[in-house]
Design a protein around this ligand. Structure first.
Ligand code: NDP
Length: 290
């Protein structure tokens, strides 16, 4: 346990993290490119570092919450020597390769890099129920585990590869963004018929809650290479997605997103998978057309 921490980057996430540490009685040093975003934290007792170098030197444990990994290099330009001896927990999201390169860069300057991927919006920071992926040196993770559990009560260590936590985070985003866009699509379509977002909310919640059963059913079948069309078929998906596209078009709603889904179903059917389960779309995605 450290009881003293630096937080660099004060967007909604970094602000929530710094506040969570203040709540637990930590001495908190913060730095942000736009200093005014630290005002509320300073009013609560956080120390505002005058520079990234000062922020780095203030503590051994340094949390980064920046827009992406490139922002770290920009922020630390000229302050590289201060990285030595610090443990940088990088909770900025980015691609796995950037996380691996950053781990090398930090090690090259004598520091330790832990990659993180936070599965919580800002209001969930500090909650015991939220979770964060970590990867990188196990020793650093174990040493600071209790401090990291201040950010989210649950931590999910995914091994030494610095890219792995970033990948696990990306896997969640691959699901999250299109799933939410599907909901916005339904809201737009409902709205075109005078139905409010709140009115369809319970149906959407049930729909998403039911997704778990589909995933549990299909995952072992996919791993076994079983795409039998005994419960559903790609050809049924083609017909259903045609109805979805037409219903949106008839209402004057944008059809780009459902049309892209329909296109994928049609390509699977054209590849001879019409009688297979729609889980066979995975095979289509594994081998994209050149
Ligand atoms: P914001 O975009 O609000 O904040 C980004 C931070 O990066 C700000 O402090 C900003 O400084 C700083 N920054 C951007 N560019 C530079 C730069 N070139 N040099 C120095 N600092 C820079 O993001 P959030 O707080 O919402 O998110 C932070 C990270 O957490 C992101 O990687 C995001 O993907 C991830 N995340 C966000 C979630 C969310 O719900 N918001 C959920 C899970 C993860 P300034 O204030 O000066 O602009």
């Amino acid at each position: 346990m450290s009881q003293s921490v630096t937080v660099i980057g004060l967007g909604p996430m970094g602000q929530a993290m710094a506040a969570a540490y203040l709540d637990r009685g930590y001495e908190v040093t913060v730095w942000n490119r736009t200093p005014s975003r630290a005002d509320a934290l300073v009013a609560r007792g956080a120390a505002l570092a005058a520079s990234p170098e000062e922020a780095l030197r203030a503590n051994q444990l340094v949390i980064l919450s920046l827009i992406d990994y490139d922002a770290m290099y920009t922020a630390f330009k000229g302050a590289e020597e201060a990285v030595a001896g610090r443990v940088l927990v990088n909770l900025s999201s980015d691609v796995p390769e950037k996380a691996r390169a950053a781990a090398d860069w930090v090690a090259g300057h004598g520091g330790t890099h832990l990659t993180g991927g936070v599965l919580s919006p800002p209001p969930g920071i500090g909650s015991p129920d939220m979770s964060t992926f970590y990867s990188g040196p196990r020793e650093a993770y174990e040493t600071y585990r209790a401090d990291l559990e201040v950010i989210t009560g649950r931590t999910d260590y995914r091994g030494e590869d610095p890219g792995r936590a970033a990948l696990m985070y990306q896997l969640n985003m691959v699901i999250f963004w299109p799933a939410m866009l599907a909901y916005w699509q339904a809201v737009a379509l409902a709205g075109a018929h005078g139905i409010s977002a709140s009115e369809i909310a319970p149906y959407a919640v049930d729909n998403y809650a039911g997704m778990g059963q589909f995933i549990d059913f299909y995952a072992p079948r996919i791993d076994a290479g079983n795409h039998a069309g005994d419960v559903d078929r790609v050809s049924m998906g083609v017909a259903s997605m045609e109805h979805v596209v037409h219903t949106n078009a008839d209402a004057g709603v944008d059809t780009a997103f459902p049309a892209a889904v329909l296109d994928a179903f049609r390509r699977a059917a054209a590849a001879g998978r019409g009688a297979d389960s729609f889980s066979s779309m995975v095979e289509l995605l594994r081998e994209p057309a050149a």
